[in-house]
Design a protein around this ligand. Structure first.
Ligand code: CP
Length: 315
């Protein structure tokens, strides 16, 4: 059976079916040698990726740029609004319309939920959400799933703990929706009471077929999990910094805690102190591989979206 990918934009993981996710993961697997510079590709020769980053990023922006360049495409864009005419008062809509003229696809990170969806409604090129506030980070989810499948040979039938800031952490929102598309996955939502998964996500999990449990003490579940997906407490999203000071350091994953466990440790990064450095040299550390996997996965996304959507003249 010929597989197809029908989405034009990557805005929310809720737009994906399991077959869409598997399409991207399978494509990414084929592109690994190019990501590793063992093979050369001209797949996106002459194509240009636009990047609008209104919030800081290391991995997402650089792996998108690497992905584009490994496919012999090119990139334009800015990494903070002060480098663009937004700082002079230009609207984000007009800014995006410029990228529509100059590029073949557009990646956006913004602190406001829903901005990438808004932009996708006003431009004709594919739009990719690279993180919208505390909303979603769908391409991170695709590389997270790619990492899980590669390391454990399956996504079905796993027990996965999402640990840390489940309230503001957009990666865990997207990932929990996506895991609901797989069979017999059990989720443990591990957080302090103040940073529990938002009610909207819990509501959606309740009506999906995924089994989940909210817990506060990681020791209650650590013996039962295949994947420990750790997240940073998102300091920048707290309105009251005293609240952040009270909660920071709530979970520290160290080598001693992991000893004898049969699991992998993932993290979307950046980390602050939630995974101690003594885990880095252990078999549990999959977060550096996970960060590398961003390249083949984002190559697959760019190749698919750009080749499926030829650019039209600007009206
Ligand atoms: N995982 C992630 O989104 O990292 P950056 O914020 O560095 O892009």
């Amino acid at each position: 059976m010929v597989k197809i990918f029908k989405l034009k934009n990557v805005i929310s993981i809720k737009d994906f079916e399991r077959s869409d996710i598997e399409y991207i993961l399978d494509e990414a697997e084929k592109l690994e040698k190019i990501a590793l510079s063992q093979e050369i590709s001209n797949e996106l020769n002459g194509k240009i990726l636009g990047t609008m980053f209104f919030e800081p990023s290391t991995r997402t922006r650089l792996s998108f740029e690497t992905a584009m360049k490994r496919l012999n495409g090119n990139c334009i864009g800015f990494q903070d609004s002060f480098c663009s005419s937004v700082s002079k008062g230009e609207s984000i809509a007009d800014t995006a319309k410029m990228f529509e003229g100059y590029s073949d696809a557009l990646v956006i990170r913004h602190k406001v939920e829903g901005v990438s969806k808004f932009i996708s409604d006003i431009v004709d090129i594919p739009v990719i959400n690279a993180g919208d506030g505390a909303g979603q980070h769908p391409t991170q989810t695709l590389l997270d799933l790619y990492t899980i499948r590669k390391e454990l040979n399956t996504i079905d039938n796993l027990k996965i703990a999402l640990v840390g800031d489940l309230k503001f952490g957009r990666t865990v929102h997207s990932l929990s929706y996506a895991l609901g598309l797989f069979n017999n996955v059990k989720l443990y939502l591990v957080s302090p009471n103040e940073l529990k998964m938002p009610g909207g996500v819990v509501h959606d999990l309740n009506i999906s077929n995924i089994e989940f449990e909210e817990v506060e003490d990681i020791k209650d579940i650590i013996d039962d999990v295949d994947v420990l997906y750790v997240t940073r407490i998102q300091k920048e999203r707290f309105t009251d910094q005293d609240e952040y000071e009270k909660i920071k350091g709530a979970y520290i994953i160290n080598k001693k805690l992991l000893e004898g466990k049969d699991l992998i440790v993932m993290h979307p990064l950046p980390r602050i102190d939630e995974i101690s450095g003594d885990v880095d040299d252990t078999k549990y550390n999959k977060y550096y591989i996970q960060a590398f996997n961003a390249v083949p996965v984002r190559m697959a996304i760019l190749k698919t979206l750009i080749n499926n959507n030829s650019k039209k003249p600007i009206k």
